[in-house]
Design a protein around this ligand. Structure first.
Ligand code: GTP
Length: 331
């Protein structure tokens, strides 16, 4: 099950025109990385628990089919929260087997086979994949004992009590869904997990030490793009890894274009003469005129930047048009 609700507010302006999981990461919609991970471990039945934009996700039915995955869409009339979304989507799974749940905005190469073996051997009610980070403040922070049983789960604490955080990948025993109330919005992070731990259910932490990125903010989104281009995610991608420059299809470079640092260019882009691109991401069909400098920026789909522009540290929304000599930088 993949959770695809929420507004993606921290990834605005790009989430104003498409859901977070549609945003390109190394020129491939973010959701592909989860589908590819699931396909790698031969998971062939996946449910998308979707809150807004449900119909748009039909685009992924064929992509999943090509990966050997049967995809079902569980649409929520109104947002049910993470817990409500899981409970609502379970009707597509049924049975008494444990099942995986993924947050839709994480990219990871978590070993699902090992995680499932851990879940079974610890006879856990819920297993939560956990990663160690330097700055745990913005995450669900966990305290575990020597057997990796979770003793505390605090969502976004003021003062973190450990540097172990919720990685947004879970295994649920189906019967534990009885503990999630029906008919209202429920957050597993704020409500269900703390409640299960308090009431003595077995909630265990599976420690993941491979690649993991929560692609929730523009900074992390940019890092995830470059990480994947550089081959840091090992799940057998069909992204062409060319090191520091990734170009989509039908990209035109005029004379003396320069790519510095890490640069990702989406399909159908056109880059004018003498333009310099540095540590930036261009979505699809971006047109840039001559003598421009684009640095540390993300340029949305169908943006048109005319000649002699300079853009630093910016996120330019889809379809913007920047006239000649526009400068977006600190003075
Ligand atoms: P921000 O607005 O930037 O915080 O983004 P967000 O709301 O997408 O992120 P958040 O970290 O709150 O959500 C964690 C995961 O749960 C994401 O994969 C969301 O898509 C998903 N999610 C959040 N609310 C819902 C919901 O009501 N229903 C479903 N199905 N999924 C949800």
């Amino acid at each position: 099950m993949i959770l695809l609700g929420g507004q993606g507010t921290r990834l605005r302006p790009f989430t104003l025109s498409r859901p977070k999981s549609f945003l390109p990461v190394a020129n491939v919609p973010m959701i592909h990385y989860q589908l590819m991970l699931l396909a790698k471990y031969k998971v062939d039945n996946v449910i998308l628990a979707i809150s807004p934009h449900c119909k748009k996700y039909r685009d992924f039915l064929n992509i999943a089919k090509n990966l050997g995955i049967k995809l079902s869409l569980s649409c929520e009339k109104y947002p049910l929260g993470t817990g409500g979304g899981i409970k609502n989507a379970f009707r597509y799974l049924k049975g008494d087997e444990p099942f995986f749940v993924f947050n839709g905005d994480i990219i990871s190469d978590c070993n699902l086979e090992k995680m499932l073996a851990f879940h079974k051997s610890s006879r856990s009610d819920v297993s939560i994949a956990v990663v160690k980070v330097e700055n745990p403040k913005d995450f669900g922070v966990l305290v575990i004992d020597e057997e990796k049983r979770i003793r505390q789960f605090i969502e976004k604490p003021e003062v973190p009590v450990s540097n172990l955080i919720n990685a947004g990948i879970y295994i649920f025993q189906p019967e534990i869904l009885d503990e999630i109330p029906s008919g209202r919005e429920v957050s597993v992070e704020k409500e269900t997990f703390p409640y299960l731990i308090r009431s003595g259910k077995k909630v265990y932490a599976y420690i993941h030490d491979g690649y993991w990125m929560d692609v929730g903010t523009l900074d992390k989104y940019r890092i995830a793009n470059f990480d994947i281009m550089e081959g840091k995610l090992k799940i057998g991608l069909n992204v062409t890894n060319t090191g520091k420059l990734l170009t989509g299809e039908n990209v035109v470079f005029e004379k003396d274009v320069e790519a510095r640092g890490a640069v990702i260019i989406g399909d159908g882009c056109h880059i004018g003469k003498n333009t310099v691109l540095k540590d930036s991401i261009l979505f699809e069909n971006v047109k840039i005129g001559k003598n421009c400098l684009i640095e540390n920026s993300i340029i949305g789909r169908d943006v048109h930047i005319e000649c002699n522009c300079e853009i630093h540290d910016s996120a330019i929304a889809d379809r913007c048009r920047l006239r000649h000599y526009t400068k977006i930088k600190k003075f």
